[in-house]
Design a protein around this ligand. Structure first.
Ligand SMILES: [Fe+2]
Length: 119
C-alpha cells in the first residue's frame, strides 16, 4: 500500500514538481563578503568577535546548507520521499540562518568618530 501511494505520489505530481521546482532552489550558497573590515566595528564589536561570527558561525550554516542540498538532490533523484522529508527541517534551519546572518551583516556599519546627535 505504501509503495502504491509512493508511486502515485511521485508519478502524478511530485516528479513533475521536483524536476522543475527543486532545481530552482537547489543552488549552493556562498558566505557573503562584508562591505567593511572585521576591525571596523571596534570598539562596539571586537575584530575577533566579528571574524569568528562571520568565518566560523555563519560559514557553518553555509557549509551545512550546501551539504544538505546535495543530499536533497540525491534523494530527489532516487525519489526517496522519507529522506526528503527528513532533510526539510535541517534545510529550513540552515538556509534560514544563512539568510538571517546575511541580513544581519548589512545592518552593521563602522562606528563614526562622533554620534550624529547629542544625548
Ligand atoms: Fe550568529
Amino acid at each position: 500500500m505504501q509503495r502504491i501511494f509512493k508511486n502515485m505520489f511521485f508519478n502524478r505530481s511530485f516528479s513533475k514538481f521536483t524536476q522543475k521546482s527543486f532545481s530552482e532552489f537547489q543552488r549552493k550558497v556562498e558566505l557573503p563578503k562584508l562591505t567593511y573590515n572585521y576591525e571596523d566595528l571596534e570598539p562596539v564589536l571586537s575584530r575577533d568577535q566579528v571574524e569568528t561570527h562571520h568565518t566560523k558561525h555563519h560559514q557553518a550554516y553555509v557549509t551545512n546548507y550546501n551539504k544538505l542540498i546535495e543530499q536533497l538532490k540525491e534523494a530527489t533523484e532516487k525519489q526517496d520521499l522519507e529522506k526528503i522529508v527528513s532533510l526539510t527541517p535541517h534545510i529550513k534551519f540552515n538556509g534560514g540562518s544563512h539568510i538571517n546572518h546575511s541580513i544581519y551583516w548589512t545592518n552593521l556599519a563602522p562606528v563614526k568618530s562622533e554620534f550624529p546627535f547629542k544625548f
